[in-house]
Design a protein. Structure first.
Ligand code: ADP
Ligand code: AMP
Length: 216
């Protein structure tokens, strides 16, 4: 099963992606995590990406598409994958379709996690993320067992630089102008399914599993 997770920043894509990837044994591919790893390693890609990410803007399509298509050629993606944070523009979605067509395959489901704007700021300013594995926590809604330490890998939890109020507002703007049109794109393809992302994390997960069913 080849799956895309859609939704505004802070919708819970990363949180649900970790759960889905674990349950169904498919790789979780997060472009945000890939960029953050490159930033921490100060690679040329990381240095370029950082200047856009710090402002809440999208990294240019040419850079982003290349890293995703490289990653999708790994053997672990043969039986399925879960894309989180990609595509984010119609051009990225079209290029992804072209790439997959070349591999004689296609996206099976685009799962939209719907969360109204008024929830987002609280979620993102309270978010803490594992430096090592990218797992997402929240100071109020999803706190780790030990403060500041990742339950999954023991890594250090930090606040993302782009989770401050001003940058969050820019990211929401970017989402509605550049990424929201993808909802229509996947609806037209007949692949879109929606869940209510304001529910508890476990309920959202259950609803996503109900949609994915046993096809996966
Ligand atoms: P995204 O990957 O879509 O940007 P995250 O998965 O990182 O979003 O979630 C954003 C923040 O909201 C995190 O702090 C996370 O712990 C919290 N969160 C995720 N899902 C829920 C939920 N259903 N209810 C409350 N908080 C949530
Ligand atoms: P995320 O971790 O998904 O919230 O992404 C963090 C930041 O990484 C975004 O605000 C963008 O700057 C950048 N980014 C992640 N995915 C993409 C993408 N598909 N296209 C362009 N920029 C991206």
């Amino acid at each position: 099963m080849k799956i895309i997770l859609l939704g505004p920043p802070g919708a819970g894509k990363g949180t649900q992606a970790k759960l889905i990837s674990h349950k169904y044994s498919i790789p979780h591919i997060s472009t945000g995590d890939i960029f953050r790893k490159n930033i921490s390693e100060q690679t040329p890609l990381g240095i370029k990406a950082k200047s856009y990410m710090d402002k809440g803007q999208l990294v240019p399509d040419e850079l982003t598409n290349e890293i995703v298509f490289d990653r999708l050629q790994n053997d672990d993606c043969k039986n399925g994958f879960l894309l989180d944070g990609f595509p984010r523009t119609v051009f990225q979605a079209e290029e992804l379709d072209r790439f997959l067509q070349g591999e004689d395959t296609k996206i099976n489901k685009a799962l939209l996690i719907e969360v109204p704007q008024e929830f987002i700021l609280d979620r993102m300013t309270g978010r803490r993320m594992c430096k090592d594995c990218g797992a997402s926590y929240h100071v109020k809604f999803n706190s780790p067992k030990v403060e500041g330490v990742c339950d999954l890998c023991g890594g250090e939890l930090t606040q993302r630089k782009d989770d401050k109020e001003e940058t969050v507002k820019e990211r929401l703007e970017v989402y509605s102008n550049q990424t929201a049109p993808l909802v229509e794109y996947y609806a037209t393809q007949g692949n879109l399914a929606k869940v209510d992302g304001t529910l508890e994390i476990e309920e959202v997960f259950q609803n996503l599993c109900d949609i994915l069913g046993s096809d996966i």
